[in-house]
Structure formats: structure tokens, C-alpha cells
Design a protein around this ligand. Structure first.
Ligand code: NDP
Length: 292
């Protein structure tokens, strides 16, 4: 079953969950992982120039044999690239992916950006130009703080469709203002990466203690086992974010997709996870942008 889609501020639809080719697949051949994810039901694939594996992402798409129109392909401008590199690097990404366009092209990170490469506003104008040429159906940003959004929004002809940032309960207090600012200033959709951090990178933390009763209630309601990873995925969607995750294991890939059949969390359950998350601050990625 295909995951649901969410409408972005440019009118396009993004599948509510994407399969990532960074982290564990960084610099590695992603073909088999991508093929398996698509065969299991993923249609949204999250790539990046920096992951150094776009050619194998393209090969995985081909091997899965799904029509291009049913896939949603994301790539990101390499960190440190300036305005002049936006078009040539996207053309090179499209060559590697063997595509005519990507569905979504993101600025991977607002920093580092060398002064000789211009401002963030110049960078965003170059993104708008590749959108106008049809090389990217949607354009957005990743790892942008409120100040970074403020730097580009006043001169923007196109509002970024998404801001892909680390979102999980241990970073929610820090990231909520970015999510809220984006929503209130052009309806920028948050995309979450690192969402399973409480389970995979901070096991034993306060969130672990509040998950079991929620898992138990949802398992009873659904009539089949619900997992802690599915509860965290639900939490992310309740925060209004698209999920980007990944797995090397078929069972987990299916588990991620099946999270959309899990009933909603109650307001009290969401609050319990928020409260537990607020007891521990833990950021995993992009500290050079956000600090701790
Ligand atoms: P998650 O936080 O969702 O973690 C996924 C990882 O968790 C997998 O490696 C998986 O391992 C492991 N896992 C899942 N369930 C369990 C479990 N129950 N017990 C133990 N391990 C488990 O996603 P990531 O942070 O890894 O990132 C996903 C994608 O997000 C990346 O591939 C990339 O595309 C994107 N990303 C973007 C960034 C950006 O700057 N824009 C930064 C970081 C990521 P296993 O293979 O064993 O299932």
C-alpha cells in the first residue's frame, strides 16, 4: 500500500514518508536498498550530492521498474556549493540519477558558504532559476534556522516548499520555533530526519519510559503489534512533519510504512512524549549549523 501524500505550498504532493540514502548508505552503493524500499512500497527517495551515491539511487529506481510518475525523487545541493554551482551540480545529479528532473531540490545546509560564493539570497535565486527551467519541480531548504529563513524570504519569488531538519523528541524544544516560523511564513512543510534517535542513538533515555503504555494501548486498539518505532513515527506526523528514515532490513522497511495504519496518538500521549523529550537535549546531526 502506498503511503499518504501531503500537499506542499506550491501545490505539489509529497509522499508522507521517504527512504533515505544518507547516514548508513553514505558513500555506499544504494542500489539494492533503494530497489527493496520501492518494492516494499516506498515512492519517496531522499538523496543528496554529498551522499556520493546518486548513481546507485538511479540504478535502484530502474531496477525496481516503477514508472517515473509514481516516484518522488529528492536531491540536495552539496554543502559549501554557492550560487554558481547550483545549475551545473543539479545537471550532474540528473545525469547520475538518469532523470530529466527531480521532484524536490534542497539546499542541504546554509553553511559553510564562502563570502566569494555570494549570500544565501543569491543561492536561493539560483534555486529559483533551476525551478523555472523545470529541472526541479519543487525547491526547498534543509537545516535552515529561523535567521537563515529570514535571510531568504524577503527577496524570494518562491517560498521554500520544505525545511528538512532533525526532528525527534530530544531536539523538539530547539526545533519547534523553526517549524512554527516556517508554518507561519509561507506554510513551509517540515521534513524530519533522525526521527528514531530516541531508539537508535539515545536508548535508555526518558522517552523510553513513556513509550510502553502507548505501544500497549495502540496494539490493543489496532489488534496487531505496534512497535516503539511506529509510535515515534506517529509522533513526528502529529508534529506536521514528513518522515525521512531508512533501514537495511526489509522487516523494518515494512514496519515504517505500516505506521500509517496505526491509530492516532491522544493529546495526552503526545504531551507525555514531549515532556519526556524535554528532559534530555540530544542533537545528532549538523552541529556546525545549530550548535549543540
Ligand atoms: P532514523 O533516525 O529514522 O534512523 C534509521 C536507522 O535506525 C537505520 O539505520 C536503522 O538501522 C535504525 N533502526 C531503526 N529501527 C531500529 C530499532 N528498532 N533498533 C535499532 N536500530 C533501528 O533515520 P536517519 O537519521 O538514519 O536518517 C534517515 C535519512 O535522513 C538519511 O538516510 C538521509 O537521507 C536523511 N538525513 C538528512 C540529513 C540532512 O542534513 N538533511 C541528515 C541526516 C539524515 P537498520 O538498518 O539496522 O534497520
Amino acid at each position: 500500500m502506498s503511503p499518504p501524500t501531503v500537499k506542499l505550498n506550491d501545490g505539489t504532493q509529497i509522499p508522507a514518508i521517504g527512504f533515505g540514502t544518507g547516514t548508513a548508505l553514505f558513500g555506499r552503493d544504494a542500489e539494492n536498498s533503494v530497489k527493496r524500499a520501492i518494492e516494499c512500497g516506498f515512492t519517496h527517495l531522499d538523496g543528496a550530492q554529498a551522499y556520493d551515491n546518486e548513481d546507485s539511487l538511479g540504478a535502484g529506481m530502474k531496477a525496481a521498474g516503477k514508472p517515473r510518475s509514481e516516484l518522488y525523487i529528492v536531491t540536495k545541493l552539496k554543502q559549501g556549493f554557492g550560487a554558481a554551482q547550483v545549475k551545473p551540480s543539479l545537471v550532474e545529479s540528473l545525469r547520475k540519477l538518469d532523470l530529466d528532473f527531480v521532484d524536490l531540490f534542497l539546499i542541504h545546509s546554509p553553511r559553510p558558504l564562502k563570502p566569494e560564493d555570494g549570500t544565501l539570497q543569491d543561492l536561493w535565486q539560483a534555486m529559483e532559476a533551476v525551478h523555472a527551467e523545470g529541472l526541479a519541480k519543487s525547491i526547498g531548504v534543509s537545516n535552515f534556522t529561523v535567521d537563515d529563513l529570514k535571510a531568504i524570504l524577503p527577496g524570494a519569488k518562491i517560498i521554500p516548499s520544505v525545511n528538512q531538519v532533525e526532528i525527534h523528541p530530544y531536539v523538539w524544544k530547539a526545533v519547534e520555533p523553526i517549524v512554527t516560523y516556517g508554518r507561519e511564513n509561507g506554510n513551509i512543510t517540515p521534513v524530519s530526519y533522525g526521527g528514531l534517535t530516541p531508539l537508535v542513538r539515545a536508548a535508555g533515555g526518558p522517552v523510553d519510559q513513556v513509550l510502553p503504555p502507548i505501544v500497549e494501548r495502540l496494539t490493543k486498539t489496532l489488534g496487531k503489534p505496534v512497535t516503539p518505532a511506529q509510535v515515534l513515527s506517529k509522533w513526528v506526523t502529529h508534529k506536521g512533519a514528513i518522515i525521512v528514515t531508512t533501514s537495511s532490513k526489509e522487516a523494518r522497511i515494512k514496519e515504517y510504512l505500516e505506521a500509517f495504519q496505526v491509530p492516532d496518538l491522544t493529546a495526552q500521549e503526545i504531551q507525555a512524549i514531549d515532556d519526556a523529550g524535554a528532559k534530555l537535549h540530544k542533537r545528532i546531526f549538523m552541529r556546525h549549523v545549530f550548535g549543540e
